[in-house]
Design a protein around this ligand. Structure first.
Ligand code: X2X
Length: 334
């Protein structure tokens, strides 16, 4: 009797274990991004995981790794790792893939865009498709565009109102194009990982940096270590959600549709919260004690002229025809 009961218990727990195994058969994919876990990048990535899990009735799940952990802290290396199948998904910004695909620098050319309408005309149109094809050539399938945003400059030395105010400032930059832009403005640029920048600002290793307000500056509390912000809108940076081609090609068309659908919805959400947080961002930053300067049209023109040499250098690297296709889409939207 006793033995029988024990046997029944053993069988019961074996069955429970098998059921748990069945549930655990959900495939878990790894998604890398290169900002902290408070940003709209992270929220968009988490939303993608939820939507994908729903769309596949729990068969797929996503684990999000912030701060470029999966690429040893190197934000520029993520896309290349996705390309060779070492990482499944990535949420990253165009700037970070320029070592792999220099054409992606087109989005961030200084003063290419004047408004969100301009931006949307390119990411939602033929230029966005063309850039996705270029990324597919590097085995990264772009599933949807999101938003890092218009990049604004902060520093701890003095307000920046003219290009002369940047003279000699030590500026942290994310990638190679910004080295040329900052040099054109007379600053001393230094390329650095984003995950190391807060400490570098805090310790005065650099005087300033530039990043979007809603997606990065506010959620990563840059205002705690920076006094001055100038809303000069000098460069735009899109995000994209991408998947490794190797993984993508293991799925049938129906599954691919589910994955793409989840990505589009998640990035639409990410873009929406980024724009909302940016719209209320300047007031918030002032409340936190930052001195925010909003340049006049003439002052913006002076920044535009000063950065023109860097625009020209990078337009040549990107390819004139790509730059032209972006400009055409922007003109058509105005
Ligand atoms: O490193 C940056 O400045 C960031 C977070 O905006 C990018 O990934 C380009």
């Amino acid at each position: 009797m006793r033995l029988r009961k024990l046997g029944a218990i053993a069988l019961g727990s074996m069955l429970a274990g098998m059921a748990a195994l069945g549930a655990a058969q959900a495939e878990t994919f790894r998604l890398s991004h290169n900002t902290g876990d408070t940003t709209t990048w992270h929220k968009g990535a988490e939303r993608f995981g939820e939507l994908l899990s729903e769309a596949t009735d729990g068969a797929f799940s996503v684990r999000v790794f912030p701060n470029a952990q999966l690429s040893g802290g190197d934000q520029m290396k993520q896309a290349e790792m996705v390309g060779r199948g070492a990482i499944d998904f990535v949420v990253t910004s165009a700037i970070n893939v320029t070592p792999l695909a220099p054409e992606m620098a087109v989005f961030s050319l200084p003063y290419l865009y004047s408004s969100y309408e301009d931006v949307d005309a390119t990411t939602d149109g033929a230029p966005g498709e063309r850039m996705a094809e270029i990324m597919a050539g590097h085995d990264v399938i772009v599933l949807a565009w999101g938003e890092n945003g218009f990049r604004e400059v902060t520093n701890n030395v003095h307000p920046i109102k003219t290009p002369e105010d940047l003279q000699g400032l030590k500026m942290r930059v994310a990638g190679p194009m910004y080295i040329d832009v900052m040099n054109a403005l007379g600053a001393n640029p230094q390329q650095m990982q984003w995950s190391e920048t807060f400490t570098a600002l805090q310790q005065g290793v650099v005087d300033g940096q530039e990043n979007p307000i809603g997606a990065v500056i506010i959620p990563q509390r840059v205002y705690e270590v920076q006094k001055y912000l100038t809303a000069w809108h000098y460069s735009y940076d899109p995000l994209f959600l991408g998947v490794s081609r190797q993984l993508w090609e293991t799925w049938d068309a129906e599954t691919q549709e589910k994955v793409r659908g989840a990505a589009i919805e998640a990035m639409a959400y990410q873009k929406q919260i980024t724009r909302e947080d940016t719209a209320k961002g300047i007031d918030f930053l002032r409340e936190q004690g930052m001195e925010v300067y909003e340049p006049t049209a003439d002052e913006l023109q002076a920044f535009r002229e000063a950065t023109q040499p860097a625009f020209d250098t990078w337009a040549a690297k990107v390819g004139e025809d790509i730059v032209q296709s972006f400009q055409n889409a922007i003109d058509a939207s105005n």
